[in-house]
Design a binder for this molecule. Structure first.
Ligand code: NAG
Length: 242
């Protein structure tokens, strides 16, 4: 009841409000009493099992489905989202300063890493058999005799390459040419301490839409003193390319 809206005196209004409140309250009490009594009365009529069954149903309705965020699952090669079962996961990360060593991960196996103790300064290469996903060979500190090394990769191989520290000084022109023939667009641009990551296939073609190569050059914006920021390529390689 809104007293301001009424034209009677304030006291009367308050009294009326009180009265109406009281009436409402007693009405409520009466209803409660009546329903309690009705409940008792009905329960004597309804057999016990029926009652307990309907109570269980009510409890079931009250139960909310428990929605919990699933535990974050670690994906192969620390991807954010998993590769489909029909593909291989890869991640190639260049070195970043003296502390962060380069990594080559394939199907969750670290082929080259600090943990493996096999990161060399220069260009690190891992060659994997595409068909059975087995490691064929790893080469660290490879800038000098890359031509022969790459030539030895069998048809049907995946070649992962990544720099740690400097991969350019000892890299010869014939090696650059071989890498270029594998599809690299950046190997000719590599400079002192450029961060470079590259994946290629020998004997078959990788899909156009996957990350294959990145480079970052050393310069005045270097993240680690004399080193540019690390660079990485990652993705999923379908298993049905051959
Ligand atoms: C290249 O490195 C610089 C710092 O060294 C960094 O600011 C920049 O984001 C890097 N570029 C790429 C493409 O990662």
């Amino acid at each position: 009841m809104l007293c301001v809206a009424m034209n009677t005196s304030l006291y009367l209004c308050i009294f009326l409000s009180f009265l109406s409140g009281f009436v409402k309250l007693s009405g409520l009490l009466l209803t409660a009493l009546a329903s309690w009594y009705l409940g008792c009365f009905l329960s004597t009529l309804i057999p016990e099992e029926v009652l307990s069954a309907s109570i269980t149903n009510l409890q079931d309705i009250g139960k909310k489905p428990v929605i919990r965020a699933p535990d974050p699952k670690r994906q192969k090669c620390d991807h954010w989202s998993p590769c489909s079962p029909g593909s291989y996961a890869y991640r190639v990360l260049s070195g970043g300063g003296k502390e962060k060593l380069a990594k080559i991960c394939f199907e969750d196996n670290l082929l080259i890493s600090e943990a493996k103790g096999n990161v060399g300064r220069g260009i690190n290469i891992a060659i994997v058999n595409y068909v059975n996903n087995q490691l064929f060979i790893v080469s660290t500190d490879h800038s000098a005799d890359m031509v022969a090394f790459i030539a030895n990769a069998p048809q049907g191989s995946l070649l992962f390459m990544v720099t740690h520290d400097d991969g350019s000084t000892r890299l010869k022109n014939d090696a650059k040419k071989v890498v270029e023939e594998l599809g690299s667009k950046e190997i000719q641009n590599i400079k002192f301490r450029s961060s470079w990551a590259f994946v290629a296939a020998k004997g078959f073609k990788l899909p156009d839409n996957i990350q294959k190569e990145k480079i970052n050059h050393s310069g005045k914006n270097n993240r680690y003193g004399g080193w540019p920021a690390e660079i990485q390529i990652e993705g999923c390689i379908p298993r049905n390319l051959i």
